[in-house]
Write a protein that binds this ligand. Sequence first.
Ligand SMILES: [Zn+2]
Length: 400
Amino acid sequence: MKRRLWKRWVKPALALALAVCMLQGAGAGEVLAASLTELQQEQERLEQEQEANDVKLAELKADQTKQQEYKDALDAQMQNLQGQIDGLNAQINSLDASIEEKNAAIAEKQQSIDEDVETLKQRLCAIYMMGDASTLEILLQSESVIDMAQKVELLNIITEHDTKLIAQLTADMEAIADEKVEIEAEKEQVALARSELEAKGTELAAVQAEAERVLAELNQNVAEVQAESERIAQEKAQASAEIDQWWKDYYAQLAAQNNSSSGGSSSSLGSGGYVSTGNFNWPVPGFTNISCGYSSGHKAIDISGGGRNMYGAAIVAADSGKVVTATYHYSYGNYVMIDHGGGYSTLYAHASSLAVSVGQTVTKGQTIAYVGSTGNSTGNHLHFEVRVNGVRKNPFNWFS
Ligand SMILES: [Zn+2]
């Protein structure tokens, strides 16, 4: 939003300010620096937003891991419970089979009893049939006491064998029925245990569902914050491109101004009234160690202490000119940029503190800042850039 506003309104205003500055030759540095500062503040704001977002993301991811572990534990618990229920089901099935067996055995005994009773009846019938008479009649028709006794004995023998057998079968059947009752009681207990486990399972399933819901919510939050991260990264890239564009525009204006001027001396800068010839002095007297040289990836030189403590060492202007930037930047830290005229400018980054402010005119060798390690830096050093018409060049080409 802020940047769009800048594009639409501030940028044309800046161009206008530049045009005015070319005519009047004063006061433009402040306007320019203010616009640049605004862009850099936006960049810093995005940097902070990203840091806050990263913290949020890390917290959410920790929560997500914890919740996943909790859910895994619940799943394992549920699996264990299901295993127990399966075991009880198997036990119940086996008991049911035993009950079936007992039923069959009881039925078999019953059938034997029925058959024996039938046989006994038939035998008795056969006895009755002899002489066409009832048992009493058979006995009464006995020819003698001996005969009667023999007949009674015969009856006894016949019935005793069968009644014994029937009694035995009945006793067996009752024993089986008792066993069956015991098995049924056992089954009832197992079924009760199963019901309890099933109730536990129902409770656990509810906890499991809630854990799953929370996890899904966390997954969603993580995805959202990650998307936010991507958005911030895009905005940062855009902000950075706009700052690059700002410098490009700035130098294009300066170049146009140089071309339109006759001698190019007094109007080539329009701010400091100084035109550099590109002869620079060393920016940190007394320190010459180069910890990172100029390359396509690092279009600057890093001057470090090389074992000596460099903190607070004076950083001096490489040439005379006017301070166009003196501020904090998330990456450069405290830094100063000086416009020397003639298309030359220099930049001094990571300072512990600054000794100049925007709009100030400085002379070659004047202390402008003090060495430090602010911004994107891991130790005390000076990051020094030389720009010629806005393009960063190897500083070693310009030291006198
Ligand atoms: Zn550097």
